[in-house]
Design a protein around this ligand. Structure first.
Ligand code: SF4
Ligand code: SF4
Length: 315
């Protein structure tokens, strides 16, 4: 049976396309952006997460230690319990010993250990999507397929898009654009809007900070525009990567080439709120660290693109 691997579904989303939306996050991504704030989206296999704040501690619980057949979990570290004002002993997962059986997560009633990445059938996902239909109808919203890269699970995505069209649900596909054309093409008749990142026009620099060059991404954007698709172009504004005037000049020129296909350009200021998520996965936090761009800079870049004739918003 056809299934898709999803790591989150968020209702009441207001920044992923028009109106109130349900955003479905697909697991797995071909890019490795240095500033990534959702590291749980990157790898395709399901992953074990541990959230320190929810752990009840070895003294009162410790069920995960007994549940792990690999002996991969042991007591380690402490934190002050705010309720009892006592130190509690936490646990540590040895990722080298872990085989991903997730027996510990099943044993953890406090949900400190949890699995990121769940299989859905098309029917199961559709059931969740149509549940929010009253919100879509009131607000002109719909569903947004995001990730990770939703087009890296192309058969599943296409089937769900077709079902949404049959149900009259507005669809948006949030893509990196780094996908094979043969997977992109069939989605066009069933996608009302593409949320499409233009991160940096210099391919070398793009590759250095995201892991992939940008030629395929730009080619696919041109293809989609010629095929009659509609875009919300997104530019994540990243210090020292693309926040300068010249980078915006180049991006603006490219976006203008796409013509009427572009409904709006959305500027997304860099933030580092996702740092804590790396620790939950037991991975080292990436070295990329920067100050969020100032309001003045965001306004200046917005004004620059507006002066070029583009419709621009900041979120
Ligand atoms: S089972 Fe969960 S709450 Fe209990 S010690 Fe392990 S991680 Fe903490
Ligand atoms: S997922 Fe890893 S840590 Fe958890 S029980 Fe299985 S082997 Fe042990």
């Amino acid at each position: 049976m056809l299934t898709g691997r999803i790591f989150d579904i968020q209702g009441f989303s207001v920044h992923d396309g028009p109106g109130i939306r349900t955003t479905v996050f697909f697991k797995g991504c071909p890019l490795r952006c240095a500033w990534c704030h959702s590291p749980e989206s990157q790898e395709f296999p399901a992953e074990l997460n541990w959230m320190e704040i929810k752990c009840a501690g070895v003294e009162r619980c410790g069920k995960c230690i007994a549940a792990c057949p690999q002996g991969a979990i042991s007591p380690a570290g402490t934190r002050r319990d705010t309720l009892t004002d006592e130190d509690i002993t936490l646990v540590r997962v040895d990722r080298k010993k872990c085989v991903g059986c997730f027996k510990c997560a099943a044993a953890c009633v406090h949900k400190a250990l949890y699995v990121c990445g769940k299989e859905y059938t098309v029917d199961e996902l559709m059931e969740r999507i149509v549940k929010d239909r009253p919100f879509y109808e009131q607000s002109g919203g719909g569903v947004t397929f995001s990730g990770g890269e939703c087009l890296w699970q192309p058969e599943f995505l296409l089937e769900v898009l077709k079902r949404c069209r049959a149900e009259g649900v507005h669809t948006a596909v949030d893509t990196t654009g780094y996908v094979n054309r043969r997977f992109l093409e069939p989605t066009v008749p069933y996608t009302d809007l593409y949320l499409y990142d233009i991160k940096q026009m210099d391919s070398e620099l793009h590759k250095r900070l995201t892991g992939v060059p940008n030629e395929l991404i730009l080619e696919n954007a041109r293809y989609l525009a010629s095929a009659g698709a509609k875009f919300q172009i997104r530019i994540p504004v990243i210090p020292l990567f693309n926040d300068d005037e010249a980078s915006f000049e180049a991006a603006g020129k490219f976006i203008l080439e796409l013509g009427d296909a572009v409904e709006v350009v959305q500027l997304l200021p860099y933030h580092n709120l996702g740092v804590v998520k790396w620790a939950r996965l037991g991975r080292d936090t990436p070295v990329f660290e920067a100050e969020a761009p100032s309001d003045e800079l965001m306004q200046a870049r917005k004004a620059q693109l507006i002066a070029m004739g583009l419709n621009v918003v900041i979120h």
